[in-house]
Design a protein around this ligand. Structure first.
Ligand SMILES: Cc1cc2nc3c(=O)[nH]c(=O)nc-3n(C[C@H](O)[C@H](O)[C@H](O)COP(=O)(O)O)c2cc1C
Length: 182
């Protein structure tokens, strides 16, 4: 797949087949992720790959409860209170990209790595979705303990990965608003 094709075709996938994603494939995605640029070449990204079904379900459950404590949107609360709503959409894998410690550009650096990972997954026929709803929980001491990661790490991008059950629908973009200054 050409790069521009992958950029155009990547979609947030919210319906996954149960098949596991093999370790070699996830490793290849992570190697694509670390090709991203980073401020002063700090390469602050660290990766946690979760494929254990029981742990994925536990994180999804805890993250929903965590989010419900602070969520003010009635619509989102209703979603989160629905026991059938799995915030990871039952995806078979989660790749969490975290910064090794707080730093001024950690979000930019890790987000660029995340985009590389999502495009590489698209190239391999896999679906992904950044799950912002899980971020607050994963950044909490309890979330870090559950994953067994150092408390100094700062989780930035929880990306679910799996084989899409059906192709994700197109998501047209608004025309870019550009001021040309020639
Ligand atoms: C920072 C960030 C957080 C997101 N959080 C969620 C989320 O918690 N749940 C979800 O279903 N989609 C989430 N998304 C996916 C967006 O909803 C999706 O990218 C957007 O609707 C555009 O659709 P597309 O990715 O298919 O082009 C998130 C995307 C980003 C970049």
């Amino acid at each position: 797949m050409e790069l521009l094709e992958a950029i155009a075709q990547r979609r947030a996938v919210r319906d996954y087949a149960a098949d596991a994603v093999d370790g070699a494939t996830l490793d290849a995605l992570i190697h694509a992720a670390v090709q991203a640029p980073s401020a002063v070449d700090s390469q602050p990204w660290r990766f946690v790959v979760v494929r254990q079904r029981a742990l994925l379900d536990r994180i999804a459950h805890e993250a929903k409860l965590w989010r419900l404590r602070s969520e003010s949107s009635t619509e989102l609360r209703a979603h989160l209170e629905n026991p059938a709503f799995h915030i990871f959409y039952n995806a078979p894998a989660l790749v969490l990209i975290a910064a090794e410690h707080e730093s001024p550009w950690m979000v930019e650096d890790c987000a660029l790595a995340a985009q590389n990972l999502m495009l590489a997954a698209c190239d391999k026929g896999l679906g992904t979705c950044w799950i912002g709803l899980a971020q607050d929980y994963l950044r909490s001491p309890a979330g870090k303990d559950l994953l067994g990661i150092p408390q100094a790490w700062v989780p930035v991008a929880p990306i679910i990965v799996g084989r899409p059950r059906v192709p994700a629908p197109p998501h047209p973009r608004r025309e870019p608003q550009v001021r040309w200054i020639d």
